[in-house]
Structures are given as C-alpha cells and as structure tokens.
Ligand binder design. Sequence first.
Ligand code: BV8
Length: 218
Amino acid sequence: MQARSVAVLTGAGVSAESGIPTFRDNNGLWRQFRAEQLATPEAFARDPELIWKWYDWRREVVAAAQPNPGHLALAEMERRIPQFTLITQNVDDLHERAGSRNVLHLHGSIFTQRCLQCSRESTGPRPQQCECGGKLRPGVVWFGEALPPGVWHAAEEAVRHSDLLLVIGTSGVVYPAAGLARLGKRVVEINATPTALSDQMDETLEGPSGEILPRLIA
Ligand code: BV8
C-alpha cells in the first residue's frame, strides 16, 4: 500500500469475528429490540434499569471477547504508515486491546459512564451513583445526540487529508459517521456484503475483514 496518509472508519462488522453481535443482524438476546429503540435518551429516561441491563450485558460480551486478526492488522498498519488515523463507530475496546494507539471513538465507549447531574465521566466498573449523588448514564452517543465535537472534527480532518480511506464493517446507515465516506479522495470498502455506501466506493473488497485485512498487510 503506497498511500502516505491513511484514514480508516470501522463499524460493528470489524468486531463480528470476535463474537460481538452487530447491530443489524439478529443479535440473539436483544433481537426483539432495535438499537434505535434502546440507544436513545428517551429509552433511558423511560426505563434506566432496562437500558443499563442491556449495556451491562454488552460490557460482559466485550470483556469476554478477544481482538480478531482484523483488529491486529489495523494496529500493525498504524505502526507502519506515518500518518494513520483509526476512526471507529464501535463502543468496544478491541481496537485498543489489539494495540491501536490513536483511536477516535465517534460514538463513545461502552466502558465509560457519565453523571446526569455533574457530567463527570469515569471508566471501569459502574458505581451505583456518582460521588455527587447523581445518577449515571452510559458514556456513549445515543441516537439524536451530537457526537463529541472535538472527536468529530479530528475525524473529518483526518479523512480530508488522507490519500486513502478504508471503510470497514459498517452498513453505512448511521450519520454523520457514514458521511465521512464522501470526504475521502480514494475510498475502499471492506465488508462481508454490499452496503448503502458501496456505489460511492472506488473499490470494494467483499469478505470477512478478519481475513482481508491481514492479507492487505502481508
Ligand atoms: C445526530 C452508540 C444530530 C450507542 C450508536 C434519518 C435519515 C438520516 C439520519 C437520521 C435520520 N433520522 C435520524 C437520523 C440521525 C441518526 C441516524 O443516522 N439514524 C439512522 C439509524 C437513520 N444519527 C444520530 O442520531 C447521530 N446523532 O445525528 O445528532 C444532532 C446534532 C447536533 C445536536 C444534536 C443532535 C448519533 C448516531 C450515534 C448512535 N449511536 N452507537 C451504542 O452502541 O449503544 S450507532 C450504532 O450503529 C453503533 O455505533 C454502530 O457501530 C453504528 C453503525 O452501525 P454499524 O457499525 O454499521 O453496524 P451494523 O450492524 O449496522 O452493520 C454491520 C456491518 O458489518 C454490515 O454491513 C455487515 O455486512 C458487516 N459485517 C458483518 N460481519 C462482517 C462484516 N464486515 C466485514 N467482516 C465481517 N466479518
């Protein structure tokens, strides 16, 4: 890969081979709900305990999962390519556990929680309440909520200045994240199936990212 500056946008598909259910496949226990119904401030206001149950379950699934060869290949790419930025929609920590250093989490992290009263954010095991006595919410970006401005700006800049943008394991239906694909000079999609973004790609590599990415760095 002769590109000097590379940006990567990943979605749930890059963690699928680690056993983490994607959003739009029928992911077992929660298939009777759609992410759009649960991952919202309204759902949390209506039933905070149900929503925390969902996130606690997902935290266990992530903690028990291992990074797959796709995550490891992306960490290797970062070591080899001078200007490399990994942007993810995922809230899991598998990119970091695979060795990626500079990860932009557009939608936050499943292991953080934020106080509804004082907005203090903490990472790790969830206490019953904040030190200030306030209630805690998951530290992720829900539907209808703005992305962290600094992270979004950094992601846009990285894509604008990239020679190559890899769009990996995302259905491309969630905005503004999916809109990054439009900003790339040269955009290559890696996905198990065609997606909403495929027709705007310069190239698509169809198959599991855990198999395709290691071949790219070989
Ligand atoms: C905002 C965190 C405004 C929480 C998530 C109508 C039209 C257009 C847009 C909208 C609309 N109505 C509302 C909107 C906006 C909305 C949106 O885009 N809705 C969609 C559903 C239509 N967006 C928002 O609300 C965003 N905020 O717009 O704010 C604003 C501005 C200023 C001030 C106030 C407000 C916020 C969106 C963030 C939502 N949070 N996650 C949590 O995780 O619990 S989104 C959630 O979906 C995850 O982050 C996930 O990553 C993301 C996207 O899904 P994907 O990653 O693509 O996963 P998916 O399952 O869909 O696809 C998996 C893919 O992998 C598939 O393509 C599959 O083929 C592939 N695959 C599977 N296995 C493999 C594989 N590929 C390779 N290898 C494999 N092995």
